[in-house]
Write a protein of this length. Structure first.
Length: 287
């Protein structure tokens, strides 16, 4: 009888999204206030923290948690070696082993950052880019927007690759992947966080030419944190002060909808941000 009551209690306590994809994907509980903002970082090995001494504390989602503070709850759903596109042998959305995509959905996030595309530049995956990349990115966005939380979604541009390693090619990232991410962002009026340009002057922060070290992960976290905090201050995202069920209300009514509109030029990056990064990292880097 006790087991039955406990099972019934847990089933009622699980978020609706977790129940939809299965209770085994529900995340471990953490004490959160009613106004805690949950962030899901979706990505590949760069997100997961490949090559870092302690990915749990040094990967950029962990650094993002430090920068944003206790009002936020950041979770790392990075998966090494996986692609955005579903037609490869390692599709992020159809991974049958680690279930990171299902876990990200089950977390019922308020904000989602999607940083995929580096592995899609590999040979022979790149042959699928023309037909599959935008379609599958739209499918991922649709899955998150169908959640009860109606999360605010950021599309992140991949960081540069310093040469060709594991058949990852920077020329494909720049010429094929990034334009398609921008095209989807424009089509759906979603915000873009450019991680390519800020990392480009600091290629020495990529010791294996692909994955950032601890300083590089912090640089990524700073870019994402700055954008989230800026949008919060501008009122682009508004969070209610009510119970946990209150979710972010996007101020632009057309946010995320697939509709025809006149494309607007991408805003130029603030040059002061680049100078700030360059000065800070040059000072803290060993010679």
């Amino acid at each position: 009888m006790k087991n039955f009551v406990l099972t019934l209690f847990l089933a009622c306590a699980l978020p609706a999204a977790a129940q939809q994809v299965g209770p085994r994907f529900a995340q471990a509980p953490r004490f959160m206030g009613h106004d805690t903002i949950r962030i899901a970082c979706v990505g590949n090995s760069i997100t997961e923290g490949h090559g870092l001494k302690d990915k749990k504390t040094e990967a950029y989602p962990a650094r993002l948690q430090e920068l944003l503070g206790d009002r936020y709850y950041v979770q790392n759903f990075g998966l090494s070696g996986y692609t955005l596109m579903n037609g490869t042998d390692r599709p992020y959305m159809h991974d049958g082993r680690w279930f990171r995509f299902q876990k990200a959905l089950a977390s019922n996030p308020d904000i989602v950052t999607i940083k995929l595309g580096t592995n899609d530049s590999k040979t022979p995956y790149d042959s699928l880019l023309h037909a599959d990349f935008m379609r599958d990115l739209n499918a991922m966005i649709d899955s998150f927007q169908a959640l009860p939380s109606k999360p605010y979604i950021y599309l992140c541009l991949p960081i540069p690759a310093n040469g060709e390693v594991w058949t990852i090619r920077d020329s494909v990232i720049v010429g094929e992947v990034i334009p398609r991410i921008r095209a989807v962002a424009q089509e759906r009026n979603l915000p873009v966080i450019d991680l390519y340009k800020p990392m480009k002057p600091f290629m020495d922060l990529l010791p294996d030419k692909i994955h950032p070290n601890a300083a590089g992960a912090m640089l990524i976290a700073e870019e994402i944190a700055r954008r989230i905090e800026t949008d919060m201050l501008k009122g682009v995202i508004h969070f209610g002060n009510g119970p946990r069920g209150m979710r972010p209300r996007v101020m632009r009514a057309d946010m995320g909808k697939r509709a025809e509109f006149t494309p607007k030029p991408n805003p130029t990056s603030n040059p002061n941000i680049k100078v700030e990064h360059k000065s800070r990292h040059q000072k803290g880097r060993k010679k």
